[in-house]
Design a binder for this molecule. Sequence first.
Ligand code: NAD
Length: 493
Amino acid sequence: MTQTFVRPAFLDQLDQDMMIGGKRVPAASGKRFETRNPATGTLLAMVADGEQEDVDRAVAAARAAFVGPWRTMKPAERQRIILRLADIVEAKYYELAMLDTLDIGAPLSRSMLGGARAAALLRYYAGQITTIHGETLPNSAMGDVLSHTLKEPIGVVAAINPWNGPAGMSVWKAGPVLATGCTLVMKPAEQSPLSALRFAEMCIEAGVPEGVINVLTGQGAAGAALASHPGVDKIAFTGSTGVGEKILHAAAATMKRVTVELGGKSPNIVFADADLDKAVPAAATAVFANAGQICSAGTRLFVQSSIREEFMERLAAYTKTIRVGDPLDPETQIGPVVSSRQMEIILGYMEKGKSEGATALVGGERMTGGAYDAGFFLEPTIFDDVTDDMTIAREEIFGPVLSAFSFDTIEEVLARANATEFGLASGVWTRDLATAHKMARGIRAGSVWVNCYQMLDPGVPFGGYGMSGFGRESGMHHIDDYLETKAVWIKLD
Ligand code: NAD
């Protein structure tokens, strides 16, 4: 395997501290945890293991920055800072991409794709800053009364992030915070803390005042302490549905605003009239990209009966050509999964699928031998003959595992696609306009991709129905979740 890459200078420092109040600081306890490369097992860094005292410090720093000049800074000045940040992130994205690739095993070619999106996201939020405004409202109160609204930043935001796309997630969480004049305590996942810390340094370089963006590294317990902290006004959580439920409970006591972006079990539906040259590779990428560790992965494939045999043959052949290996090799399409724990969970689901009667048409095992032995590599796996009641048809696996079904009619596939507690995303492949529209209306999910999959844009909202959560990230209304509306009444007579 060829390895042509530059190791980020950031990693010259083995001990990685948190970012609180603009300073890199160790945990109050002095404790650290390891983060390792899942492709090789190599130790990357010893990261500050934040606990309650660090949560208190980070929230205090965010509060101090919020009541400082940041909140009242002229919109145009905040806009200049975010645009500078966008330029820095774009110019130095290689560092963030490399840190993510080393931390989670995503192929570098894939991590690098996030650069353009990250810069576009920041520029989108920068564009919104000067459009935030209240309204003058007519009222029918007695006498001469002027009423208007003010839009005000909500305050201190806690972002709690998953590990599957760390750098992009940091930017997605910071964008609306910076746009609205809020401040942030961000807790990256314990599996992938590095790029969030480097991103926070870039914020300082861009002129974001100290304390506006804080990064609290630590375990789930640090996230729990943050979620229940009385000094936090809003939580933006992205992660599993199980932890999302805990966040809602934790937030209730102090009535925090909450948005939760959670898991999924998304249907990808191929009709007989689809362009199979596009639909076949897309069906594979929809589920196997990032080794299946994408919330919106198309993990349930429904193929119309009349083309099922041909489709599955072509999909199996395509899947066998996918290159699994060293994330730093430019030819690699899929790297390892993030950890041995995640690998064991996925292998458990594969066994469950087999024991419940599904056939592994392709894959179904851990990859071993040579360089594979040092990491957590799994075969891209397609289960055929899956029935709707099987565990692998219902639960989020978060690994490279596809469950395939067949269907006959639109009505049937809509009912079966919607028979899930989740509702994050979906794909539809058809050349028929009426079918496309009927499916787009009928599917119960936050995104419907027709003749494409996994498209994202700063201007288009993304989020879930049902147990996939609530709130939308991106799109013009995203910043509304970070703003309070105050009504002002002025008696003029
Ligand atoms: P996870 O829920 O295990 O962890 C997410 C974050 O929550 C981590 O930072 C973790 O430390 C923290 N955490 C753990 N326990 C906590 C607690 N009790 N209180 C507060 N915080 C706590 O998720 P993960 O395994 O890191 O990520 C995978 C999951 O994320 C999948 O379910 C995936 O679908 C979901 N996800 C959703 C989206 C989306 O936009 N909908 C995007 C990416 C990932």
